[in-house]
Design a protein. Structure first.
Length: 357
């Protein structure tokens, strides 16, 4: 079997590609909208046929790439019958199987993080993909989207911990860089759900987490209830730009990662749309960047050459995303946003002029 684990740095989401090496049929678990182009390139390079995209649940922190991949490869979309989503090709129930070539995954309903959470177990029970029901030394929250701590406790104990001790567990997220665990490890060491923890202890723990809602929840949940289908379907046309390793957000904004911009700064025009005090402030600015505050961008756009690619920059990526749209509408064909803005640039310790540690 072919197996690949892919990662989205912004939401710390894992995407998993599984393919039958004999028939080359494949499925993709939890694809991310902005990485549909990356995932598609891998699928084509490996020479596999994507037949399914599977969701472990309706995500609140990113938009699924299922619809984009269906448009490109004709793959079928599947997720829980209890998800409340529209537009899927198949709605899955506990105990069903999803077949890809000569292999399959078993569907296990593991509600609790949300009402429609599923865990997918490989046919030989050597691997399981737990979504947010069980994370490495943790679990998903239970305070929205039909979450219930009692249900999650029973789901993990009955449907995940009943797997062989050697079964490797692959979560939907990890925020520390950990990639996999096992049933035996989590039963021993998971501070929330280990065998030694009682249901009352777990419920009390989850009741008092006090976490803020995910920042993208208002966008992600409605989009994922449509299986990632944009309200404006022309977003799909934005998958063919080839001047850089671009990703397209669900809002239709082209983005570039800071490391690529740092390595290729001599090939692009870097336009910083912050205010002058920010440009010289604590975050500093990218070497060679030109300051054009957003409020003056259109009246000074002639200072930006149309025959060279443009990378727009601000503090977090929000104002520069707006600037990207404005320049695109003004006829600039090669323009992209710096993903995460100067905050991510500094977080990756890339070089700046000015600023403070």
């Amino acid at each position: 079997m072919i197996f690949r684990q892919l990662f989205d740095a912004q939401s710390s989401t894992y995407t998993y590609l599984l393919a039958d090496s004999a028939t080359r049929e494949a499925l993709l678990i939890d694809p991310v909208f902005e990485h549909a182009r990356r995932d598609g390139a891998l699928i084509e390079e490996l020479g596999v046929k994507l037949v399914w995209t599977l969701e472990t649940h309706v995500h609140a922190d990113h938009v699924t790439g299922a619809w984009l991949l269906k448009c490109r490869f004709g793959s079928a979309i599947a997720l829980s019958k209890d998800s409340g989503a529209e537009g899927a090709d198949r709605y899955l129930a506990d105990g069903e199987s999803v077949v890809f070539g000569r292999r399959s995954v078993e569907v296990r309903a593991t509600p609790g993080h949300t009402a429609g959470c599923l865990t997918y177990v490989l046919d030989d029970r050597s691997l399981a993909f737990t979504g947010d029901a069980l994370l490495i030394r943790g679990c998903g929250r239970t305070d929205f989207q039909g979450g219930d701590a009692h249900r999650l406790f029973r789901s993990v104990r009955d449907k995940v911990f009943s797997l062989p001790a050697t079964c490797l567990l692959y979560p939907g997220h990890d925020y520390r860089g950990l990639t996999a665990s096992s049933v035996a490890e989590e039963r021993l060491y998971n501070p929330r759900l280990a065998d030694a923890v009682g249901e009352g202890d777990f419920v009390g723990y989850m009741t008092h987490l006090g976490l803020p809602h995910p920042k993208l929840m208002a966008v992600a949940v409605p989009a994922n209830l449509r299986c990632g289908r944009p309200e404006k379907e022309d977003t799909m046309s934005k998958t063919d730009a080839d001047w850089a390793p671009l990703s397209c957000t669900f809002a239709g904004i082209w983005e570039l990662q800071p490391d690529w911009v740092a390595e290729n700064s001599a090939r692009v025009q870097i336009i910083d749309v912050r205010e002058p005090a920010e440009f010289t402030g604590s975050l500093g600015h990218i070497m060679g960047a030109k300051l054009l505050p957003l409020g003056f961008l259109m009246e000074r756009k002639q200072e930006i050459a149309k025959d060279l690619p443009v990378v727009m920059v601000c503090r977090s990526g929000a104002r520069s995303a707006q600037a990207t749209v404005m320049l695109g509408n003004a006829g600039y064909a090669k323009v992209a946003n710096l993903a995460g803005g100067m905050l991510r640039w500094r977080g990756q310790r890339l070089p700046v002029e000015g600023g403070t540690d």
